[in-house]
Design a protein around this ligand. Structure first.
Ligand SMILES: *Cc1c(COP(=O)(O)O)cnc(C)c1O
Length: 388
């Protein structure tokens, strides 16, 4: 599938092949459409993928993270250290279990939580750290787990964007404490909506199963009991069938994303140079082709060098058929959080990057020519707005 020069390029688009469509049809015809045998197959396939660790699936990544916190026993009075640059779900789930998010500033290069600043945020109430792997780039996992060990903290990894990412040759999710993934439509592996949690043992898996279905346990043929408050967060067989097909496609999707990211670096640098914009401080992502799954390709705009704000640049790009996204403004600036006393100025790097980060299109079905068109378009707009 290629885009001609006039076609709109969205910032992302999921790919589904004919086998996936057939697999969904089969479930719809089977007479059992909600959680059942396909879900069990998807969970056991994921478990193998993550080195035989227990895996349970949920209706979405948000429910997955909330249940991870519940499994870890985190609730009222507890503090959870996290990053302000994430989808708001990350800190919303901390609030939803009655705990308090503590925002630590980010590293401007990786755009992930700055682990060197975590120690200063630890209090007697700190129970967990919840890092986010923005655009699929993991944090320093050795440093993360050394901190957890030192301060006796649980780690709930918000790996929503990091399915297929690695650390020192090991898959994210194949090691560590509780690892949460999202299968939302924009993610590298999608079930349309969905998520999965990698757990430590069978007891945690049982507890996660209870939390995802009303707190229910069954006994014998007709017995049931409820001993904790659970929700309705199960994943259906329709979603599981999509996930199983997506897993087969993942290596080719991954190779394509990495190839497109490599092209972005080359083409962007060439176009900036050709336009004489070598002094422009446009920040590109970390050039990591081993660990990152290239969930997104994000630039940070040098707004102080431009006579335009981000919205203007996004509008101009849209005008020439290029879709972009914002992932993300600092969470602490949202009204819900401001009303609880949070201030973006407490995390100045996150505040700046949240205002100037821009997601460019990156998805497996993109054509090579699209990269040239996007880079040309963006650089042309930057030329137009560069101060004298
Ligand atoms: C997508 C995402 C989530 C939430 O996942 P949903 O499946 O949309 O509920 C959480 N955190 C991050 C960083 C995400 O990108």
């Amino acid at each position: 599938m290629s885009n001609t020069s006039s076609e709109f390029i969205p910032f992302t688009r999921p790919s589904f092949n004919q086998e996936t469509i057939d697999a969904v049809s089969e479930i719809l015809r089977s007479g059992w459409v909600t959680s059942g045998p396909k879900l069990a197959e998807f969970e056991s396939t994921l478990s193998k993928y993550f080195g035989d660790r227990p895996v349970r699936c949920f209706a979405n990544g948000t429910a997955t993270m909330k249940i991870a916190l519940q499994v870890a026993g985190i609730g009222a009075g507890d503090e959870v250290i996290t990053t302000p640059i994430s989808w708001v779900a990350t800190s919303n789930v901390i609030l939803s279990v009655g705990a308090k998010p503590i925002f630590v500033d980010i590293d401007p290069v990786t755009r992930n939580i700055d682990l060197n600043k975590v120690s200063a945020a630890i209090t007697p109430k700190t129970r967990a750290i919840m890092p986010v792997y923005l655009a699929g780039l993991p944090v320093d996992m050795d440093q993360l787990y050394a901190l957890a060990e030192q301060y006796k903290l649980r780690v709930i990894e918000d790996a929503a964007q990091a399915f297929g990412s690695q650390w020192k040759g090991k898959k994210i999710g194949s090691f560590g404490d509780l690892i949460s993934f999202s299968f939302q439509a924009n993610k590298n592996l999608t079930t349309v909506e969905g998520g999965c949690l990698v757990l430590n043992n069978a007891d945690e898996a049982k507890l996660a199963e209870k939390f995802r279905l009303q707190g229910l346990t069954r006994q014998g043929i007709d017995g049931m009991d409820v001993d904790v408050l659970g929700g309705k967060d199960n994943l259906t067989d329709v979603n599981a069938a999509i996930g199983l097909e997506q897993l087969k496609q993942l290596p080719s999707y991954q190779a394509r994303r990495t190839n497109l990211a490599r092209q972005y670096f080359d083409v962007m640098r060439n176009k900036l140079k050709a336009a004489g914009l070598v002094g422009l401080k446009l920040e590109l992502p970390v050039e990591n082709f081993t660990d990152s799954n290239w969930h997104m390709f994000q630039v940070v705009l040098p707004l102080e060098q431009l006579n335009a704000d981000r919205a203007q640049i996004m509008a101009d790009l849209k005008e020439i058929g290029i879709g972009t996204g914002v992932h993300y403004p600092a969470i602490s600036g949202f009204t819900l959080y401001k009303n609880q006393g949070y201030k973006t100025s407490d995390t100045p790097i996150a505040e700046r990057i949240g205002k100037s980060i821009l997601t460019l299109p990156l998805f497996p079905a993109m054509a090579d020519e699209d990269i040239g068109r996007i880079a040309r378009g963006l650089v042309g707009i930057l030329v137009k707005y560069t101060k004298n």
